[in-house]
Ligand binder design. Structure first.
Ligand code: NDP
Length: 444
């Protein structure tokens, strides 16, 4: 049995109740076969893959808080510190009822390779809670965040583990958490990223994941002698990633005709009105029905359906496993040329394979959405030197990072004979640096 198969079997046996984690490990290890097979004896002796698939440390804790009626509520908090070979753990905090240890481990595992791809010194971690900020008052969100940080602050720090936002954790939640960290630890340090601009946040961090996704997509198109100008784009999601992806795509001359949330989706053939979308989602925190009500050209549909709209480029920006095999077939039938993932693992493995087999240029989230964490690392740098860079400086660095990521993953794929397979390229390019650092640091 090959070393990869041996490890996959062990990981499956050990983590049988964590399907998302298994899916992520399977996707990564399968695509690393050319590298692992070439170093099989050495890696087996070092148990390199077993180590890379096992978090260095994970925390699970009680988060009690009091709601507006005076009732005590109890949620579960998580932080997985997956791999610190190339830097302090770095990765967001997800607040969503679906959160469990398997989801956090899948995200933390992906984060190791994504962070490596940015070229910056950051290890992989992830955390969150099954708390749902939706429908809660600001006071309730604050009560939860303070309780969550009261426990989490024992395990994090500017040089050890630096959490950030993710689904459900935006500027408001990061602010409450930062305040509580400072109060308990007595330290004014860059322990969280995604902070507000008045207390150590970086300009362009809010826009970074969506903008970065488009910088990479643009480079991909350029490499195939195409441009963004005049292209029809479908986007899923209506959160932080989706909003700024839509904005940048439009600035590049493309027309974005869809967005979605967890209850329905919008088809707006005249192009999504980003200012209106921001008002509905960022200010009012309302449903997309309000977008449709305010915009005569828009249709609102219940459920899911953005992938049935004809497009040149598809950008899934909502959540994991939202682009399924039938969606992939529909995209191919409609002549879609490129799919780049703004969300983490939005495309299932069979859908990814179908897209690749049918000539669609497919770039996975690990590479395509790395702009968020890259800019978080730039926020850490600014905090360390106690300076703030201008929007243009940060944006230019982000653009440079995304262009480099595209070429690194494209070159890595070519080196191993998989030209055009950006999934293999991203996993290999991300893995090589982490593996080398782990080997250099001995058995730990
Ligand atoms: P937000 O919470 O800001 O937005 C998420 C969007 O996806 C919302 O529109 C939400 O709908 C929708 N959504 C969430 N869960 C589901 C679901 N189960 N089914 C359908 N729609 C759903 O999160 P972000 O934009 O920050 O994150 C989106 C994705 O991008 C995630 O996979 C995240 O891990 C990834 N990512 C985010 C980064 C960042 O910097 N923010 C960096 C890298 C990756 P509703 O409005 O109804 O809640």
């Amino acid at each position: 049995m090959s070393y990869v198969d041996e490890v996959l079997a062990k990981v499956k046996e050990k983590n049988a109740s964590e399907p998302e984690f298994l899916q992520a490990v399977e996707e990564v290890l399968n695509s690393l076969r050319p590298v692992i097979d070439a170093n099989e004896d050495k890696y087996r002796r070092e148990a390199l893959l077993e180590r890379i698939c096992e978090p260095e440390r994970q925390f699970k804790f009680r988060v009690p808080w009091v709601d507006d009626k005076g009732q005590v509520q109890v949620n579960t908090g998580y932080r997985v510190q997956f791999n610190s070979a190339i830097g302090p753990y770095k990765g967001g905090l997800r607040l969503h009822p679906s959160v469990n240890i398997g989801i956090i481990k899948f995200l933390g595992f992906e984060q190791i390779f994504k962070n490596s791809l940015t070229g910056l010194p950051i290890g992989g971690g992830k955390g969150g809670s099954d708390f749902d900020p939706k429908g809660k008052s600001d006071r309730e969100v604050m009560a939860f965040c303070q309780s969550f940080m009261t426990e989490l602050c024992k395990y994090i720090g500017a040089d050890t583990d630096v959490p950030a936002g993710d689904i459900g954790t935006g500027a408001r939640e990061i602010g409450y958490m930062f305040g509580q960290y400072k109060r308990i630890r007595g330290l004014y340090e860059g322990v969280l990223t995604g902070k507000g601009l008045t207390y150590g946040g970086s300009l362009a961090r809010t826009e970074a994941t969506g903008y970065g996704l488009l910088y990479l997509t643009q480079e991909l198109m350029k490499d195939h002698n195409e441009s963004m100008e005049g292209k029809t784009v479908v986007v899923s999601g209506a959160g932080n990633v989706a909003i700024y992806a839509i904005q940048k795509a439009q600035q590049m001359g493309a027309k974005v005709v869809t967005c979605s949330d967890s209850t329905g989706w919008i088809y707006d053939p005249e192009g999504i009105d980003v200012d209106l979308l921001k008002e509905v989602k960022e200010v009012k925190r309302a449903r997309l029905t309000e977008y449709a009500a305010a915009r005569p050209s828009a249709e609102y549909h219940e459920g899911r359906g953005v992938w049935q709209i004809k497009c040149d480029i598809a950008l899934p920006c909502a959540t994991q496993n939202e682009l399924l095999i039938d969606d992939a077939k529909q995209l191919v039938a409609n002549g879609c040329k490129a799919v780049c993932e703004g969300a983490n693992m939005p495309t299932t493995i069979d859908a990814t394979e179908y897209l690749q087999e049918n000539g669609v240029w497919f770039v996975g989230g690990k590479a395509a959405n790395a702009g968020g964490v890259a800019t978080s690392a730039l926020e850490m740098s600014q905090n360390s030197e106690r300076l703030s860079w201008t929007f243009e400086e940060v944006d230019a660095k982000l653009q440079n990072i995304m262009v480099n990521i595209y070429h690194n993953i494209s070159d890595a794929a070519k080196r191993y004979g998989f030209e055009g397979n950006y999934v293999v390229g991203a996993n290999i390019a991300g893995f090589e640096k982490v593996a080398e650092a782990m080997e250099a640091q001995g058995v730990c």
